[in-house]
Design a protein around this ligand. Structure first.
Ligand code: CTP
Ligand code: MG
Length: 248
């Protein structure tokens, strides 16, 4: 995939600093294997809607975000079965998901190339984080929008951390100072992100920040909310539903 990517010359221009735009990209091409359901988890029913709908709706409704790109698996038959009109006209659907999350993001960035400028900010958000709030997005934009590199929502580790041996016994207690759990959205300039992913080992990179870190940059950590967790296991759906219902 990387071999066939030739960045257009404009990526290397001195791009005008005038009003960069904000766009969102939502990878939603996974299979949800840990959810252990036949349906990919992005279509699991949550508060009467497919899981994917919740994050898409928050990002489409955000006044600073101009366009929202969803990356689906090639041949996805389910997306079209739902009514997306409530998400308005910002929504763009790309059927170019890859083998890994990073490949899906990279393919989506390439496919959206004509619609995004190199200096525009891209907020990459997991479809599987349905409890994202507008205020989380506001904080990320406010704290990262002036930086060169970009940053991500994250929460400081609160629990005591244990390192285990292969037998599941405690080897030692690890210091938790300065440790954070990465969330999404992760927000980077289009040019920075696509170049970082092009250079990264796409099979092992699990978030955008780690690809950007590999270029030597230091993305900014922005305090997120515990409720913006990733629905991964079956029991997570019930918790997400409780949070969404409590918000009305
Ligand atoms: N994702 C993707 N393309 C992939 C793998 C994942 O677009 N090849 C997306 C998922 O749809 C999800 C997000 O990346 O919105 C976070 O991934 P994860 O929670 O790991 O979802 P899955 O990979 O679908 O689940 P699992 O790892 O349990 O199979
Ligand atoms: Mg996965």
């Amino acid at each position: 995939m990387h071999d066939c990517y030739n960045p257009p010359a404009r990526f290397y221009d001195n791009l005008s600093p005038i009003m960069p735009r904000y766009v969102a990209l939502i990878p939603a091409a996974g299979s949800g294997s840990r959810m252990r359901t036949e349906l990919p988890k992005q279509y699991a029913l949550l508060a009467g809607k497919p899981l994917l709908h919740h994050a898409v709706h928050v990002l489409c409704a955000h006044p600073r975000i101009e366009q929202v790109f969803i990356v689906l698996a090639p041949g996805d038959q389910r997306f079209g079965e739902y009514d997306w009109r409530a998400c308005g006209t910002k929504l763009n659907v790309l059927y170019c998901g890859g083998e890994t999350r990073a490949a899906s993001v990279f393919n989506g960035l390439l496919a959206a190339n004509d619609a995004i400028d190199g200096m525009d900010w891209v907020l990459v958000h997991d479809a599987a984080r349905p409890c994202l709030r507008t205020t989380d997005v506001d904080r990320l934009i406010a704290e990262v929008g002036d930086s060169e590199t970009g940053g991500l929502l994250a929460v400081p580790v609160a629990d005591t951390l244990k390192r285990a041996n292969a037998g599941g016994e405690v080897l030692q207690t690890e210091a938790r100072e300065h440790l954070w759990r990465a969330q999404t959205p992760q927000m980077f300039r289009y040019r920075v992100l696509i170049e970082a992913l092009r250079r990264a080992d796409i099979a092992t990179v699990t978030d955008e920040s780690s690809a950007v870190e590999q270029t030597g940059a230091k993305p900014k950590l922005v305090q997120g909310s515990a409720t913006n967790f990733k629905v991964t296991y079956p029991e997570d759906l019930a918790l997400a539903e409780l949070i969404l219902k409590e918000r009305g």
